[in-house]
Design a binder for this molecule. Structure first.
Ligand SMILES: [Zn+2]
Ligand SMILES: [Zn+2]
Length: 285
């Protein structure tokens, strides 16, 4: 069984109101480690660390960091990004194999000098920079939030060592390992999964990254604000696909980061199923 780390931070909003309670049957599994930003005093749990300003400045401009401080959400944003950075480090140290990161403010609309769409800091980018500094050569980021990952693209546009594949509203590719794949409205789960199999799987297999980061947003699900026609079972199926790929190409090093999506019921349905898949649990009831 894979050892899965869950990095939890929840400061406000409706969608994660059922968490961590919705993970009740999962958290007590031996191969699951729970890193919590709030309840650090409970036995057997690990503490999720906020990110330092020094680390932030490896990706974001000083001016932008100052602007985020004025929003009142700075502390939450530090924990959000900190979860992804810590997940990457715990995997690197061999403590866990893969991870699911809850975010309050993340992730893919945060660029070098701009933020938007409730994404203040780019946790994936911060984690990737840290891994590269420690000697890793290649990392891939796959993004299935329904919006274009403008922040992540801004940061890695010229970096050939980061394969960035983004399923969004446009088609684009360049020589620096950046790819966008257009997902039209009224796409079925089967069509979506086959686009991912065709466009992402061969590329990432050939690229041989050492980590895969999955920017998981569920906002393309039916009834969500970015509705592309997907059912609530599409993202659990995507998790199975990405996990299989990660197991094959990078020793299972997969970090799933919660991105867009607003529905509470959908979050409560989807997220436990993704974690069950990551941790190779039969069920969590
Ligand atoms: Zn895109
Ligand atoms: Zn989105």
């Amino acid at each position: 069984m894979k050892r899965t780390g869950i990095f939890f931070t929840h400061f406000q909003g409706e969608r994660l109101k059922d968490f961590p309670q919705a993970l009740a049957g999962i958290l007590d599994k031996e191969n699951v480690s729970y890193y919590d930003a709030v309840y650090d005093s409970r036995n057997g749990l690990y503490y999720l660390e906020p990110l330092s300003e020094e680390r932030l400045l490896k990706v974001h401009s000083e001016d932008m960091v100052q602007r985020v401080k004025l929003t009142g959400d700075y502390e939450s944003a530090l924990y959000s990004a900190g979860g992804t950075v810590q997940a990457a480090e715990e995997i690197q140290q061999g403590k866990i194999d893969n991870a699911f990161v809850f975010t309050s403010f993340g992730d893919h609309h945060a660029g070098k000098n701009f933020y938007g769409g409730m994404c203040y800091f780019n946790g994936a980018a911060l984690a990737v920079k840290g891994l590269m500094e420690s000697g890793l050569k290649r990392v891939s980021i796959v993004d299935t939030d329904c919006h274009h990952a403008d922040g992540t693209r801004d940061i890695f546009r010229d970096d050939k060592n980061v394969l960035h594949v983004c399923f969004c509203h446009q088609n684009y590719s360049d020589a620096n390992n950046n790819l966008d794949v257009e997902i039209p409205y009224l796409t079925s789960d089967e069509e979506y999964l086959s686009r991912v199999r065709q466009e992402f799987v061969p590329m990432v297999t050939a690229f041989e990254p050492e980590y895969i980061f999955w920017e998981f947003g569920y906002d393309a699900t039916q009834g969500e604000y970015g509705d592309k026609g997907l059912t609530r079972d599409c993202h659990p199926r995507l998790a199975m696909l990405f996990k299989e790929v990660a197991d094959k190409v990078c020793q299972g090093r997969l970090i799933t980061i919660l991105c867009g999506g607003s529905g509470r019921a959908l979050a409560t349905y989807t997220i436990p199923r993704i974690i069950v898949c990551l941790a190779e649990l039969d069920s969590y009831q």
